[in-house]
Design a protein around this ligand. Sequence first.
Ligand code: GDP
Length: 308
Amino acid sequence: MLPHSKIYVAGHNGLAGSAIWRELQRQGFTHLLGRRSSELDLAQTEAVDRFFETERPEYVFLAAAKVGGIKANNDFPGDFLFRNLAIQNNVIDAARRFGVRKLLFLGSSCIYPKLAPQPLKEEYLLTGPLEPTNEWYAIAKIAGIKLCQAYRRQHGCDFISAMPTNLYGPGDNYDTDGSHVVPGLIRRLHEAKVADAPVVTCWGTGTPLREFLHSDDLGRALVFLMRNYSEEQFINVGSGTDLPIRELAETVARVIGYHGEIRWDPTKPDGTPRKLMDSSRLRALGWRPEVPFEEGIAGAYQDFLARL
Ligand code: GDP
């Protein structure tokens, strides 16, 4: 990529896309393209074709997707499967037909089998059944990886895929029902603090283990991969450490200054017991996460407050 290369970030307002955008700007790329979903519905093939035909991007980061936490995935399986297949099929195929030089498709760590050995290596894909609470999203993302690989084989397209672990950072979705656990807990514990509530109840048992990565670290990893990685095999992007949801809740409470009791509601789903990625292939290329966890959570809380 050259400083003036035309780079399209699909999903540039989302958690991942906005971090990619900031990193590209930081590195001096001047010709960035972004479209809000109200301007361009990526699930509409003709609209996507028109955009590619007119703008002719040279590089594409495909960070647009219908995303959500454990409840949203469970409640809207059709949307998670159909919209994600439509978006990625449209963008990846348009990239092929309109001569995009390189595309990076963004997946998720939920593509791995529910009970795969940990840490999760790239070769564990499709070795066992998926976690039921997010299998619809996972199936779409697996199809996206496969389409990039198939187009590489059949058409020689330089299309790569990266699988980030659970993300958090500025610009997250803080919706109570639809969000992932970090923004969900930020909102829940902030509201408990403001209401001076003696007890707050969080979902599940608090025992599942999750790995978290700040979106700024993801942005650095993805721009690095776009510049340095061109293999058929997708690549994991994780921080390398995980912690129980219970400890995450304690960290968030500490950052917010909530001193009440945290209770757990085991009638709500836990999801997969553990989801720690093996990111040694990416580390061997030279990338390292840089944002310390509690500092990152504090920054996310400031972002939440600013958006209130
Ligand atoms: P997952 O990693 O695909 O399971 O997605 P989430 O980020 O939505 O959930 C991670 C874990 O946090 C699950 O075990 C949830 O039950 C738990 N959890 C606890 N409180 C919350 C909350 O307020 N929101 C969400 N999304 N998850 C929560």
